[in-house]
Design a protein around this ligand. Sequence first.
Ligand code: KIV
Length: 272
Amino acid sequence: MSVAKKEYKRITVKSLIEMKQNGEKISMLTSYDYSMAKIVDAAKVDVILVGDSASNVIAGHETTLPITLDQMIYHASAVVRAAKRALVVVDIPFGSYQSDSKEALRSAIRIMKESGAHAVKVEGGEEIQESVKRIIGAGIPVMGHLGLTPQSIYKFGTYTVRAKEEAEAKQLISDAKLLEKLGCFGLVLEKIPATLAKKVAESVAIPVIGIGAGNGVDGQVLVVHDVLGMTHEFNPRFLRRYMNLYEEMSTAISQYVSDVKTRDFPNEDEQY
Ligand code: KIV
């Protein structure tokens, strides 16, 4: 069932703002490779995020910190080749924008030029404002990311819900307004109380996409491997799994092994 209010041939940052104005929720999912992005794009997901969660999901690291700019560009260029409709947003990885705004711009330019992506995403608020300003000044659309920001995991210490205390909630609202003022086209809010996320979405005109931030925001984002149940050890409350691909893939692969061992595969029709 489609609940789109308007058919879009190609999603742009303008389309997302229009969706918010029209009360149409925005769908966003991660992808890190061509084959997955092709399916995600054909299913009319509005935004494909080439997240630095590739560091966890694809490379098996414990955090998002180790992934490099070159690796992000490799993933992003594969996704861009598949995306015919979706807006492709790419995370600038840890260490590629925090030291100074010129480095931030160089990193953003490399992503845009070498992958063909449409926008970048950065984590943080007022502490990265100079970088955000410089990147947007060069004509590159920027999405902000507040709340639980995994690149700062060693500062937080845990992946628990952020901004439950008033001071942090106030800072988050102020950062959201600042990012809007600087020209960000959208925001991701990760793992914060639903009431706070709704308040943020109502206080800014740009689309606010939540992950673990409730239903009062303008759209939702999840990691595609979690949605498909390929990752079965990760079970946060906010995650809805739409299938158990881990089990289905395990069964299929075990069957293949068995077919090879028993000489059932290949049969006469499967050879030349
Ligand atoms: O890297 C990522 O997948 C993300 C989402 C969790 C928003 O930033």
